[in-house]
Structures are given as C-alpha cells and as structure tokens.
Design a protein around this ligand. Sequence first.
Ligand SMILES: [Mg+2]
Length: 254
Amino acid sequence: MVAWLNGLVTQPSAHLKNILSEIHRRHQSGQKSLVVFDLDSTLFDVSPRIQKILQDFSQDKTHRAQFPESCQILESIEMWKQDWGFKDALARAGLGDHHPDFHLAVKNFWSKTFFTNEYLEYDMPYDGACEYVQAVQAAGADISYLTGRDIPRMGPGSLSVLKKWKFPVGEEQAQLVLKPQKEMDDAQFKVDYFSPALKKQFSKIWFFENEPVNIDLVRKVHPDIEVVFFDSTHSGLSQAPLDLPTIMHYLLEE
Ligand SMILES: [Mg+2]
C-alpha cells in the first residue's frame, strides 16, 4: 500500500511522519495547525462492536426460541475488519439467504444497539492510532474528533472510550465533536464544522476520514483542507478516492 503525496508515491508511514514534521515546523514559527480525525472505521475498528452485538442477539431468549439454529451459528460468528455492517459476516456463516424474519430481527437489534454508549467499549483502536494522535499533539497541533455519532445516544461513551485508550481529549486543544441530533446528515455536519471562524484560527488543517461520501463533500467545499483517506471499510455509496494520501494504520515504522 502506498500513499500519494504531491504526485510522489510514498509509504503511509512516511506520509504520517511528514505531517508530524510539518506541524512541528509550523509550531516553531508560531503557526497553529489542526488535525481532525473521524472515529468509526478511522481511529477505531468497529468490527468487535458488531461481533458483540450479534453474539448478544444470539443469547436473547426470544431470539433463541424463534431462530434456534441461526442463533447457534451466531454464537461463534467472526467479523472481519473490512466488513461493513453485519451482512457479509452473516453470509460467510451460511446465513446469507436465510429467511427474511431472521434478517429483520437482526437488523432491528443492530439498530437499537450499534448507536449506543453501551457497546462503544468493544471498539478497538487501529494499530498505532493512540500513539499517533499523541504525537500530533506533542508536535504542536490542536486535535478534533469529528464524528457522525450523536450526543444523546453516544456522547458519554465516545468520551470514555477515548480516555480509556489514552487519546488526548477533554481540553481546549483536543475536542470531541458529535452531532447534536441523530437526524443530521453526516457529510453536511462535517462540512459545516469547518466554518470560516474555525479555519481562520489555523494555518493548516488535516482531515483523516474513511467514508468517501464525507470526503467528497469536504473536498468540494473546502479544497484547502488536506484529506487523508483511511482505507478500512465504507458504505460503498461513493468510490474510494484514488488521488489522496491513503493509510491503513498509524504505525510510523513499517
Ligand atoms: Mg467513519
């Protein structure tokens, strides 16, 4: 995997280091930088969250009575990091063309649980993520975690998981930014976050994101922001960008 940087092919680790150097250089000359990270599938692998949800579905008495064989299979289901949602994992387990009642029940349970504080603790940071964000702060940049999660359902859980993994958060220079209401469009929310007032404070802004829909809109409205594509998994509603620096981890040595 390579990253593109100013037309040159570079390793992801080299690109990550270049960003740190540039932050440091700007900091030394009194210029402020901001590095903005998405959470789901950018800093955190959410597949363990989904796996736990499917296992809890299988342990529910009502579900076991209604779908005994499928629940038994779900008990040992394995998510892959590149899975988007739960459908691929069900298909691999032989539950792909299963009856619609089962799929609907799983979908309803997933919808009730995935967007909750309670299940966020199962998320795992990608390799090197905590250390890299700490290094970004140490180099002198401000940090924002900009997420499509919403405050009412996922605010406290998001904060506590960031703290648990020792991501810098909860101070003016490291802010967690969630949607006030769940109904808001993720891409528009992220575009609006980069307001003229915010942009005026910083000489340079980087934005790490996995979802091409969000990347497309941010690039269109804010061409001055440098986007880094985190190539994990995404909705498939838009094509993955081919002309951006691309990383799959945050390790500075490969
Ligand atoms: Mg994401």
